[in-house]
Design a protein around this ligand. Sequence first.
Ligand code: SF4
Ligand code: SF4
Length: 404
Amino acid sequence: MGKDRDAEYRSKVSGYYHQLMEQCQANMDRMDRELPRAREDFGEILKERGVTRRNFLKWTSAMTAALMLPPIFKPMVARAAENFSRLPVVWLHFAECTGCSESFLRTSYPNVDDILLDTISLEYHETLMAAAGYQAEANLEKALKDFPGKFVCVIEGAIPMGLDGKYLTLGPKGKTALELGREVTSKAAATICIGSCSCFGNIQAAKPNPTDAKGIRDALHISTVNIAGCPPSPQNFVGTILHFLMFGGMPPLDSLGRPVWAYGKRIHDYCERRPHYDAGEYVEEWGDDGAKKGWCLYKMGCKGPYTYSNCARIRFNDGMSWPIMAGHGCMGCTEPAFWDTMAPLEKPISEKPIGGWGVTARVDSLGAALTGAAIVGIAAHAGLTAAKGHGQPKKAEPDKESHE
Ligand code: SF4
Ligand code: SF4
């Protein structure tokens, strides 16, 4: 009986992925016909940057796994990477520190993710483009005219809503971020918010929020894909674009607009210090014996139990390390209003309910409610049909998924 159920389950999963593969192939054929030609040959770029074929294949395997796809999708991920530079992107900067762009640019040992970011077809990016003033404005107008409904709008930074948006004006015509955001996102195929400022307002929106700053979803009332983090992982951005190129839509999102494949699990669930948490072995003071032994940082204010992100699995700087590995607790930077809700950052908040969005489980009991990796993997792609039209709904709809 058990074996029959297993066989039935395996056959359902295999049928599902078979169907997904067909959608992927059909979409990539369409993209091949519709996207502008590549400016440079990707294979040549990899060669020039010293990435061997073997390293590229290793990266393809890792990215396929990160996207929660089975290995049969590796050739599709490779094909999407080759098309990466063909997708037109308009990158807007609002109220922020440009740290997200900086963190994507400042890499000492560029890997494939970094090379893809270098080749991205930026039709407009205020801090990177050479043009300024009216010339920059003309570039933006040209991009909107040349690629209506075909470009991806990436937004870094929050929108100050106070004084009818006048706390932030940009460009020679003095448009407010609110006006510019409305104009550009209405013509985009999809809008990706990069970093917690554009996702949720972040430090600009921290109390007392004098400019009434808001994340893009709340400010413009549109659906966005939120690549949260301060700064976010470049891999989560690259993976989201690859998903768009493969399936013609953005990946399924959690209730906060974050891709399920990247933000579906808590920091605490994959943390290498978790056995010490379970054994009750904590760092009690910076530099104590527990710190030297790599014990759990919960009592030093680690917010990993409240924070959804894949930092522990993908790490930073080409997988070299991540904050908890380096010895400091997670600050919860992928969660809304973390400056207010996670403070004080170096003190525990053990009695606080998990998250700020109605999930009432506490740290010690949440693990039991988590689903298995295979189910999360399927959920990470299950909304594909809804996303297929790759236009974004004009109004943000109440999301149905939650973390429980
Ligand atoms: S509390 Fe922080 S350091 Fe401890 S196991 Fe959880 S995520 Fe890791
Ligand atoms: S470990 Fe926590 S604070 Fe650090 S980047 Fe990841 S989510 Fe943000």
